[in-house]
Design a protein around this ligand. Structure first.
Ligand code: G6P
Length: 379
């Protein structure tokens, strides 16, 4: 079936607006309210052998999928207490980690066709063959295209249910990948009882609010980001800061901007800014800081203050609308109030819109940026 723009100027904008529905589809497919305390409320349909004696996880991915994997690592380690490493597929295939027993390898690829990710998984599958059982391949793919080459290569798939994505810069498939990692980490946490059942339920209830929170964020954002885009249309460099679970979102915000607006942008964990990027800062380099109340909120605010002291214009992606945050930021991109653990699904939305509006303002081909392809099927 032909996919249409349905009144949106670009597919990317339409796909950003489809995100509440994508979250709903994943909630309906994988999350259940179980009354039985011994049963996980998550049903991903994965084989039991994947869970048994699991000790470690390696994730391979490229681009935006690699950013989703970084959020996944945070969830798998903090909720399910499983040591997890994230690798660029193009690096892992030539320098794999030593083989360890009872290790799950996860490939994350929206298209299921990215050559480096497929090659990394094929290498892993092959080197584990002929080993004793605890080294045998436990392979899992997270993809939006279960019928892809990835689907044929691995025995277990989590299908991310985003529907077809046309814009080259990934948006709704990224949010769908995040949902897959919330589901997997909560499933493992429930089975291993690393967090109380009540906490698992609380987190799931929080996830159920997310579609509406994205809708509110989109509604409040549209004019703000358009307005900011107007002011930044000629800016040459941007810095994005985040910490903890929002560090990968800083990376993703910078990547979106680079991909479609061709503006140089760097994402940094806010605490690392003093070890280099701070030298770049002046009135011409705006800093976008993701500041969500929780574990690292005060730290991010104080890092943002350091940037402001170098004359950078400060843009805050934050649910805090008044008080300290509102005062230190020159501009606010507000998101709905949300638990820090779930916040990446919301904080990425204004960053997608900011990149979109800057690129559109510059008159660029948002859906088909130069030099990029939707899926890179060559090495
Ligand atoms: C290309 C696309 C990116 C995407 C990356 C990985 O570079 O332009 O948007 O994130 O490939 O794609 P995958 O299909 O493996 O998720």
């Amino acid at each position: 079936t032909m996919v249409e723009k349905q009144g949106f100027k670009h597919f990317m904008l339409k796909e950003i607006y489809e995100q509440p529905g994508v979250v709903r589809a994943n909630l309906e497919a994988y999350f259940h309210n179980s009354t039985d305390a011994s049963v996980s409320p998550i049903n991903l349909g994965l084989s039991e052998s994947l869970y048994a004696d699991l000790e470690q996880i390696h994730i391979v991915a490229c681009g935006t999928s690699w950013h989703a994997a970084l959020v996944g690592k945070h969830l798998l380690e903090q909720l399910a207490e499983i040591p997890t490493q994230v690798h660029y597929a193009s690096e892992y295939r030539y320098a794999p980690s030593p083989l360890t027993p009872n290790t799950l390898i996860i490939g994350v690829t929206q298209s299921g066709e990215t050559a480096d990710t497929l090659a990394a998984l094929a290498m892993e599958k092959e080197r584990r063959q002929g080993q004793e059982a605890k080294y045998q391949a436990r392979l899992l793919g997270i993809t939006n295209r279960p019928e892809s080459s990835l689907g044929h290569m691995v025995p277990n798939i989590i299908s991310t249910l985003a529907g077809i994505e046309i814009g080259v810069a990934a948006t709704k498939t990224f949010i769908a990948q995040l949902m897959a990692f919330y589901a997997l980490a909560l499933d493992l946490a429930a089975r291993r009882q690393t967090i109380p059942k009540e906490t698992v339920e609380q987190i799931i209830n929080g996830l159920r609010q997310i579609p509406q929170e994205i809708e509110e964020t989109l509604a409040s954002q549209e004019r703000l980001t358009e307005h900011l885009a107007h002011e930044f249309a000629d800016t040459q460099d941007f810095i994005f800061l985040g910490r903890g679970i929002n560090f990968p979102i800083a990376l993703e915000g910078a990547l979106k901007l680079k991909e479609i607006s061709y503006i140089h942008a760097e994402g940094y964990p806010a605490g690392e800014m003093k070890h280099g990027p701070i030298a770049l800062l002046d009135a011409k380099v705006p800093v976008v800081a993701i500041a969500v109340p929780g574990n690292v909120y005060e730290k991010v605010i104080s890092n943002a203050q350091e940037a402001k002291a170098r004359d950078s214009r400060l843009i805050g992606v934050t649910p805090v609308k008044d008080g300290e945050a509102a005062e230190i930021f020159n501009d606010l991109l507000p998101v709905s109030s949300v638990d820090e653990l779930l916040s990446p699904i919301l904080t990425v939305v204004p960053l997608q819109l900011l990149a979109y509006h800057i690129a559109a303002r510059r008159g660029l081909d948002v859906d088909q940026p130069r030099n990029l392809a939707k899926s890179v099927t060559v090495e």
